[in-house]
Design a protein around this ligand. Structure first.
Ligand SMILES: Nc1ncnc2c1ncn2[C@@H]1O[C@H](COP(=O)(O)OP(=O)(O)OP(=O)(O)O)[C@@H](O)[C@H]1O
Length: 336
């Protein structure tokens, strides 16, 4: 278990991490999400004692990191895969780490085989591709057989086979009862991997919830229906007290009604349907909705004069103490 209590980090005037308190529990994969600059890496660095908190604390299985005598046996981390010594072989890089934590040398070959680098163990790591470097970093995290593993952007540079592999590895490690904490910008990947989510924006906690609840609470689910008799269907639904909105793609969208009800009504009145589908929002939709006001840098085109997209109500408003939840993100928009 990892426990954060009021964790705060300032860099001069910049508050990178702002009174973060949450727990990362064993037996599941916990995803760590936030827009660019939200404070994820800074938080992870403080978890590993690589940055000192301005205030607050992190505990690893009840202890501060510096109290762990052989930390790699408690917590393994992939933060920056490029931190390996390029002039050393993959094997020697890991051997140095193993020796400093009194880990038997036999573990080195074992973890190199686990990540698929056994055949290149004697090769210097500076010749490694991005994906091989990532695998070496993951091997280093696994070296001490720790109960807690942290991965910052683990799929970065991995090919589809590698992404599939790391996803299954994280799930298998969690199923063994370990604590797995992983950050990624790849929402589709996170949706397939994480059971629980911690979401931060501008250093503050926005959500600490299960994947299913996060998507449910932060996005819209609706029924989409297409028919060659769209107007007749719409009138029929209206008469039944169901409001359908034309989507502009020749479809109707209906909130808050089960698709079965719509299908039955259409069948009763012999209206042909070409599509009747439940539209569930994706993790990406939910994430964009929640973090809209917490994004430091919005892209928009100067050439076509387009403005940044309008920002709807979001949790960050509560924290900012604003009274108008639709007041937009102008003050948070720095870039172009
Ligand atoms: N050493 C530093 N000195 C000054 N500011 C810093 C330093 N490290 C981070 N920051 C600032 O703190 C904020 C949080 O940065 P951090 O790298 O933790 O965010 P992140 O969520 O990991 O972002 P990304 O998704 O882009 O990797 C940013 O505004 C960043 O510019």
């Amino acid at each position: 278990m990892i426990e954060l209590d009021g964790l705060t980090k300032r860099f001069g005037n910049k508050v990178a991490v702002d009174h973060l308190s949450f727990r990362v529990r064993p037996g599941m994969v916990t995803g760590f999400l936030g827009p660019n600059g939200a404070g994820k890496s800074t938080t992870m660095r403080m978890m590993l004692d690589l940055d000192n908190p301005t205030s607050g604390s992190v505990r690893i299985d009840g202890r501060h990191y510096h109290e762990l005598r052989e930390p790699l046996k408690h917590i393994g981390a992939l933060l920056d895969a490029k931190s390996m010594h390029g002039g050393r072989s993959a094997y020697n890089n890991l051997l140095c780490l193993a020796q400093s934590n009194r880990i038997p040398a036999s573990r080195v070959s074992h973890v190199l085989d686990t990540v698929g680098l056994g055949a290149v163990a004697k090769k210097k790591s500076k010749g490694f591709s991005l994906g091989m470097g990532q695998r070496l970093g993951i091997a280093a995290a696994l070296l001490g057989d720790p109960e807690i593993l942290m991965f910052d952007e683990p799929v970065n540079g991995l090919d589809p086979e590698g992404i599939h592999w790391i996803r299954n590895l994280m799930k298998a490690l969690a199923a063994e009862g370990r604590t797995i904490f992983v950050s990624s910008h790849l929402m589709s990947e996170m949706a397939l991997t994480a059971d629980h989510l911690i979401v931060i924006g501008q250093g503050r906690l926005l959500a600490d919830t299960s994947m299913a609840d996060f998507i449910h609470e932060n996005s819209r689910s609706y029924v989409r229906v297409r028919s060659p008799e769209q107007e007749r269907l719409r009138d029929l639904l209206h008469a039944a007290g169901i409001e359908a909105v034309a989507s502009g793609e020749g479809a109707l969208e209906i909130d808050g009604v089960a698709p079965e009800r719509i299908g039955e009504l259409a069948a009763e009145h012999r209206i042909v349907l070409h599509e009747l589908s439940s539209q569930r929002a994706s993790l990406e939709d939910a994430f964009m909705q929640m973090t809209a006001g917490s994004v430091e840098y919005h892209a928009h085109s100067e050439r076509d004069g387009a403005q940044p997209p309008p920002v709807g109500p979001h949790w960050g408003d509560q924290w900012d103490g604003r009274t108008d939840p639709g007041s937009g993100s102008g003050d948070a928009t720095k870039g172009a």
